[in-house]
Every structure is written in C-alpha cells, then in structure tokens.
Design a binder for this molecule. Sequence first.
Ligand code: IMP
Ligand code: MG
Length: 179
Amino acid sequence: MLETMPIGRSLLSQTQIRARVKQLGRDLTRHYRKKRPVFLGVMNGALFFLTDLIREVGLEEVEISCVRLASYAGTQSTGKLRGLGAMESLRAELQGRHVLIIDDILDTGYTLAALVACVKELGAADVKTCVLLDKHRKREIAIKADWTGFKIADEFVVGYGLDFDGRYRGLKQVRVLKP
Ligand code: IMP
Ligand code: MG
C-alpha cells in the first residue's frame, strides 16, 4: 500500500529556481569556456536540473552523460549506494575529460563522494560537482559541492525532480513533505 504523505509548503518557487539556475549557468559558462566538459547527471533526481542548467550554459561543446544511482527508501538513506557498478561502461566517455557531476541534493554526502572517487578512478582529467540543494546539516562525509543552488534546512523535499519513493518529481516547485 502507498504510504500517504501529503505535500506541504513550497520552499522554492519556480521563479526562484529559474533565476538561480540562470546564475549557475553563467558561472559554469565562465568556468568551462575554454573546455569541452561532460555534464554527468545523477538520475533520476537531477533530470530537470540538468536539462534546465545545460540550456543556460552558453557553450557549444558540452556533452551529456547519465548514471542511475539510488540510496534512499522513503525519506531515509539506506546507507547503501546502488548503481555504481554501471559506471564502468562510461570509462571511454569520461577518460581524460573535464567532468561536472550534477545532482539534485547533497545530503549525507555518501552519493557524491563515492561518485567523485569513481569518476576519478575512471581517468577523468578533472572532476567538479554542482548540486541544486544542499542539506548541509546532515553531512556525514566532508564534501562540499563546487557549485550549489540553495542551502536548505534538514527537511525532506520533493518536486523539480526530487521524489518520495518515485512520486512528486513533476512538481514545478520544491516543496516540503509533511510528516
Ligand atoms: P546522500 O548520499 O545522503 O548525500 O544522498 C543524496 C541522495 O539522496 C540524493 O541524490 C537524493 O536522491 C536523495 N535525497 C536526499 N535527501 C532528499 C530529499 O529531501 N528529497 C528527495 N531525495 C533526497
Ligand atoms: Mg539522487
């Protein structure tokens, strides 16, 4: 049976998200203007962020790559990261490249830390990270994203790609899930 969890107040409006994504796009354009980066999106959560962000990056040569990772069940981190094994198939795509990992949210830090280590191990020339949201109070591993959209409090959020067991990704705002 589906657990009922009504969605609560809006934390970030569509306008706020759009404005911040535009700024990030400008910063990334400046940083990568002489490079040919690969934007590696962490699916499914980063889907909307990646596609909006890449259209705000005024570079002709940006490639997109994706990896599907998951560590959450409901509103809790399982502590186990699933999906890293498939990264081996991206070796040729990422070797020697400037890789920007794009994720929806940085929480305990396990996902991003493991992925950064993995992309380095695959032979990327440079690895940087960009997250839409940062729940910095929940960090268990010392990791900081190179670019962050918004710092938020320790609340479970959905919308704009973020889900609760696969639901609510299509919401236009980022909203808090009511307990
Ligand atoms: P970490 O490994 O604990 O940093 O978890 C990061 C991953 O957990 C993100 O990529 C999300 O998929 C998921 N996650 C963490 N917090 C939330 C949240 O508030 N809403 C939805 N997903 C979340
Ligand atoms: Mg995720």
